[in-house]
Design a protein around this ligand. Structure first.
Ligand code: HSE
Length: 428
């Protein structure tokens, strides 16, 4: 059989990881692929940079989009970004009938349905295992393995930077800013960390998981996204006292009248699998109805884990896989109907910074009662008349909008300082 010819755009950490993995894989990888895997073209921003590997034998192109006109069978895009060159290359490669493999979550979360349609029109494969949770084979599992019973919900720790920061806050007692600075120093966080800590990167990955789970077009607009900047060490300490840990989760659930997609910090019970995911690791929990829950954990970023997923896609392409990339044909992807706001119910952790003076607690409890929210337990530490203190409550299960309404009124009180913190308690 003829070799599979591969063009690689982007030679950063992941791109070099892919070239290394392909070179090391040799005969064993060719056996899995059913044919030789041959890199016939490469591109990066700077040709002269020392990348620690001799690349002189591979034809170089300065223009990434020109890879779509090379003799490659598959174009591997590792440039990143939701539009720009990555999008131009995706469109050009698929239009030219080439297969397209990418690790680019932003691109697919934004243009996934259109690119899937273009791939199908040109009988090309579009594959993106590396875009979600690095080396964890969750895209393949959602697209191919769970189809018998269907996925009811998927919850994931999808951003290693955030998980690292939260783990370090718990271990050291540091506040968010110090934990972020440490993560940046050690190379776990980008110089501009906003996409990670603001929840955007998790949102991109969740949009893809939701699409794979429910046969809907990826839809970032119908998603509420909250990051981790507002969390304090106090929140982490109080969570621990209640037997919980705070994790940034991406959650997509089939509700009776629509799909609830959200990225937010959540309380997960210590001793359950998601709570025990430490440091920069990722994890995904899929509820597959009668077939049960499934839990995946592994490395979500870095050269080898991400290259592992990219190369798995290349091998699939070499074997002729080119079914619909989201599991159902692009023309049949439905528009995502968001769940009704009241259908979202949970117990909530609430933290208020208040002035320690008579009537504060009664006022907070009264406002919650007016919204029909009942309190299960409460902690107030210390006593500093006239000074700020923290009051923490766990509510009984309540509709989210009712709790949010009460908090808005409470936040307006002159005895309450800053914005109250509200974190749902995840079950299971
Ligand atoms: N920046 C991501 C993370 C990896 O911290 O997990 C790439 O999506």
């Amino acid at each position: 059989m003829k070799p599979l010819k591969i063009a690689v755009a982007g030679l950063g950490t992941v791109g070099m990881g892919v070239l290394t993995c392909l070179a090391k894989g040799g005969e064993a990888l060719a056996q899995r692929a059913g044919r030789e895997l041959q890199v016939v073209a490469i591109n990066a921003r700077s040709r002269g940079k020392d990348r620690g590997m001799v690349l002189d034998h591979i034809p170089w192109t300065d223009d990434p989009v020109a890879l779509a006109r090379s003799d490659a069978d598959v174009v591997v895009e590792l440039i990143g970004g939701e539009g720009g060159v990555a999008l131009d290359l995706a469109k050009a490669a698929l239009s030219a009938g080439k297969h397209f493999v990418t690790a680019n979550k932003a691109l697919l979360a934004t243009h996934g349905a259109a690119l899937a349609a273009l791939a199908e029109k040109n009988r090309s494969a579009l594959r993106f295992e590396a875009a979600v949770a690095g080396g964890i084979p969750i895209v393949k599992a959602m697209r191919e393995s769970f189809v018998g019973y269907g996925v009811r919900s998927v919850r994931g720790i999808l951003n290693g930077t955030c998980n690292y920061i939260l783990t370090r806050m718990e271990a050291t007692g540091n506040e968010f800013a110090d934990a972020l600075a440490e993560a940046q120093r050690l190379g776990f966080a980008e110089a501009d960390p906003e996409l990670d800590v603001g929840g955007g990167d998790t949102a991109h990955k969740l949009a893809l998981l939701a699409s794979l789970a429910f046969g809907t077009a990826p839809d970032l607009a119908q998603m509420s996204v909250t990051g981790i900047r507002h969390l304090t060490y106090d929140d982490i300490r109080f969570a621990h006292e209640f037997g919980y840990r705070i994790k940034l989760l991406g959650i997509a659930r089939q509700m009776p009248h629509g799909i609830d997609q959200r990225v937010q910090p959540a309380m997960v019970k210590i001793g359950t699998p998601l709570a025990d995911v430490d440091g920069a690791f990722n994890a995904v929990m899929a509820d597959v109805g009668e077939a049960g829950p499934y839990f995946f954990e592994g490395r979500g970023a870095g050269a080898a884990p991400t290259a592992s997923a990219v190369v798995a896609d290349i091998v699939d392409v070499a074997r002729g896989a080119n079914g619909p990339c989201f599991g159902v044909p692009a023309a049949e992807l439905s528009a995502l109907t968001p769940a009704l706001p009241d259908s979202r119910r949970a117990a909530f952790y609430l933290r208020f910074a208040v002035l320690d003076m008579p009537g504060v607690l009664a006022e907070i409890a009264g406002r919650l009662a007016e919204s029909g929210v009942s309190i299960e337990s409460m902690i107030q530490r210390g006593r500093s008349p006239g000074e700020p203190v923290a009051i923490v409550m766990i509510t009984h299960e309540s509709p989210e909008p009712a709790v949010a309404r009460a908090l808005k009124v409470i936040a307006a009180s002159d005895k309450v300082l800053g914005n109250p913190c509200m974190i749902p308690m995840e079950t299971g």
